[in-house]
Design a protein around this ligand. Sequence first.
Ligand code: HEC
Ligand code: HEC
Length: 215
Amino acid sequence: MGFGSNRGRLAAAVALFCITAAAHAAQGEAARGDPARGQKKFYTCLGCHGVENYKNAYPSYRVPKLRHQHAAYLIAALNEYKNGERPHATMHAQAASMTDQDMLDIATYLQGGEPTKPTSSVAGVTPKQAETCAACHGINGSGVDAPLEPKPPVLAGQHADYLEQALISYRNGRRKNAVMGAMAAALKSDADVQQLAAYFASQPSPLATARHDQK
Ligand code: HEC
Ligand code: HEC
């Protein structure tokens, strides 16, 4: 019951999110990442992620910015490519041979110190629909203080065409995630998707293209 409506689906997704959080919290402390090792391992990634505005071909959209993204999210993303929840041939090939330690080292390097802190400054006018996203991503996409698990990514300052592509993939089920699948399904039109992607992309943010000379 209730699942027929958008509101029902959203409530179900949020409930699922909380259960997942409890399960993860019980697993305890994780291993440590070594940023210097991560920087070396990231070398092969620079050809795409180290080039400003580099584009994925067919479909064409910019390769996501990784610098200062949350380490916990980067690790989750790499595992999703590895196990096929996120279909992308190149990223699957990259992640398939990575160990948990490789992912942790690279993610620690990319995050670069403390995780990005949520801010409340907003650029431009907040679309009504962004209020639904605020509980997990913050009103400007810079995150929230609550220790959510799985960790939602920073959206602020990410490439608009990449965010749009991500929302479309959640909506059509190619990218599998229970929470975001429900969120994206609730966005009725392509115009809604475009508006939210453009809004979050335009917000103040520390996200950047990773350069190889960065520690
Ligand atoms: C040939 C180009 C290319 C190379 C090389 C490459 N990537 Fe990617 N990467 C992409 C593209 C394109 C995407 C977006 C794919 C999608 O839509 O899911 C992506 C996505 C990602 C994401 C998800 C980011 C997010 O916001 O969800 C992570 C993390 C990532 N790559 C890490 C790496 C790492 C680590 C390496 C090196 C071991 C690497 N990539 C090598 C092209 C590349
Ligand atoms: C209940 C928490 C929650 C809410 C509410 C939520 N998200 Fe998310 N979002 C997440 C999580 C967790 C992920 C990471 C999922 C994954 O690993 O694929 C995510 C991922 C994303 C991504 C992928 C970013 C990337 O780097 O690939 C986009 C885009 C996104 N959300 C946009 C939105 C928008 C727009 C809304 C509001 C309509 C929203 N989210 C509402 C938790 C949430």
